[in-house]
Design a protein. Structure first.
Length: 102
């Protein structure tokens, strides 16, 4: 963590980069850490992928279904994460100061 950074939530997530995965081992699993400054995904299983988004880079966060949240970035990317319960993740983004859609 950086100076002045405070943890809001750390939760297990599945990062759904594709709609269909042929092998379970190809599905990226990891930890999403949400702080007052950024959201960081760290891989624990699956392909070597990760991301770190500064608060200013996140345009909106919205629920999708009962277990997914979708992060829209200012550069046009859409990141779908499955997490249970999604409500806690949405509340953490709201606490971070990001616009959360309903």
């Amino acid at each position: 963590m950086r100076p002045g950074e405070a943890s809001i939530l750390s939760t297990k997530v599945v990062w759904m980069q594709k709609s269909v995965y042929l092998l379970k081992s190809q599905i990226p699993n990891g930890i999403l850490d949400i702080t007052n400054q950024r959201a960081v995904y760290t891989r624990t299983h699956g392909p070597k992928v990760s991301f770190a988004l500064e608060k200013a880079d996140i345009l909106t966060v919205a629920p999708r279904g009962g277990v997914s949240v979708v992060i829209q970035t200012r550069d046009g990317r859409s990141i779908t994460l499955n997490t249970v319960p999604a409500k806690n993740t949405l509340q953490a983004f709201e606490k971070m100061g990001v616009k959360v859609l309903s």
